[in-house]
Write a protein that binds this ligand. Structure first.
Ligand code: NAD
Ligand code: UFG
Length: 339
């Protein structure tokens, strides 16, 4: 039996591939490298000492997807990461986002159905909660007020998966709503490698720490939070990767469709992260306070009780390890995954 990991060359997919290989699973990875580089596949092999099949394929190219299932009849479940994820870009290129993420997922599900594979773990996001009425956020909170096309694709895909399950109860669907994944593999061999100037907080901070950017721009200090800066639930990518193992094992036994928040339950402000980075690395991050970034919300953090009680998963790493490992990745790979 083997697990297909779509988008397995990406940030979260690559860390998940390592956890599945370490747990003894056979995996097949597919990716079109639109936001990743082939060298990550060597890093996965280097860390685990294990081999796996890889397909350069595209969710939008049905023939390339069929070929994977045709040639690997042992695939019996899918962990589905492949998708575009930049919020700002999604506002500028909505058709590309809806097509890649929504049509791509429909193609994948059609293909799975043709080959009788009906178990899927899907990468959703806390963004489906929009601006939440209350924090910490439970899975029962209202979904569907995403503030940008990227978030809307997650809302739509969640709905599509639910309708597929309703139409055919043989499907087993686990929807994981990630909060803010940061950190890197402790080896320093894998991490997050965004193109250009990072949009997200931690990759920006690591570039400031490395002297590649002059200072952090803190987007607003007048939010209704303990120090006025935005509060988020940061989660170590290795903890997040392990949640997929638990989610797959659970849904294979339990069946049905279920939804889980994957976060630590702790909310840290931007300035908390600046301080934690200094505590973990000794590096002082220069910053300036700028106006709020359009579309940002004050606070977003999880109630992760359900994942703990139902999946038996909880985060093991804290903010110290997240900052330490992000910095370790940046300093060992100053130019990311250059070949
Ligand atoms: P990533 O961009 O590093 O990984 C996604 C991978 O999918 C990339 O390697 C990319 O090349 C591939 N891909 C994209 N479109 C494809 C297509 N049509 N066919 C084949 N491959 C394709 O992103 P990530 O941070 O690892 O995120 C993985 C998933 O988790 C995404 O679905 C993302 O929306 C979701 N997610 C991420 C975050 C986050 O902050 N990183 C938060 C919540 C949810
Ligand atoms: N921030 C700064 N300066 C920066 C970057 C970010 O002050 O240079 C602040 C933001 O204003 C926010 C916090 O840092 O308060 C976190 O911002 P990120 O961009 O790192 O993360 P977001 O919470 O905005 O977005 C992330 C993912 C989205 C996902 C969302 C909810 O990037 O894809 O979480 O899951 F939709």
């Amino acid at each position: 039996m083997s697990v297909l990991i779509t988008g397995g060359a990406g940030f979260i997919g690559s860390h998940t591939a390592v956890e599945f290989l370490n747990a003894g699973y056979d995996i097949v990875i597919m990716d079109n490298f639109c936001n990743s580089k082939p060298v990550v596949l060597d890093r996965i092999k280097q860390i685990t000492g294990k081999d796996f099949k890889f397909y350069k394929a595209d969710l939008l190219d049905v023939a390339s997807m069929d070929k994977i299932f045709e040639e690997n009849p042992d695939i019996d479940s899918v962990i589905h990461f492949a998708g575009l994820k930049a919020v700002g870009e999604s506002v500028a290129k909505p058709r590309e986002y809806y097509n890649n993420n929504v049509t791509g997922t429909l193609n994948l599900c059609d293909c799975m159905n043709r080959y009788g594979v009906k178990t899927i773990v899907f990468s959703s996001s806390a963004t489906v909660y929009g601006d939440p009425d209350e924090v910490p956020i439970k899975e029962t909170a209202k979904v569907g007020n995403a503030t940008n096309p990227y978030g809307e694709t997650k809302v739509m895909i969640e709905r599509i998966l639910k309708d597929i399950y309703i139409s055919d109860k043989e499907w087993k669907v686990s929807v994981l709503r990630y909060f803010n994944p940061i950190g890197a593999h402790a080896s320093g061999l894998m991490g997050e490698d965004p193109n250009g100037i990072p949009n997200n907080l931690m990759p920006y901070i690591t570039k400031v720490a490395a002297g590649k950017l002059p200072m952090l721009h803190v987007f607003g200090n007048d939010y209704d939070t303990h120090d006025g800066t935005g509060v988020r639930d940061y989660i170590h990518v290795v903890d997040l990767a392990r949640a997929h193992l638990k989610a797959l094992q659970y849904i294979e036994k339990a069946g049905g469709i279920d939804y889980f928040n994957i976060g630590t339950g702790n909310g840290y402000s931007v300035l908390d992260i600046v301080k934690a980075y200094n505590d973990a690395t000794g590096i002082e991050i220069k910053y300036v306070i700028d106006p709020r970034r359009p579309g940002d919300i004050a606070a977003c953090y999880a109630d992760p009780t359900k994942a703990r009680e139902v999946l038996g998963w909880q985060a093991e790493f804290g903010i110290f390890e997240m900052c330490r490992d992000s910095n370790n990745w940046q300093s060992k790979n100053p130019n990311g995954y250059t070949e």
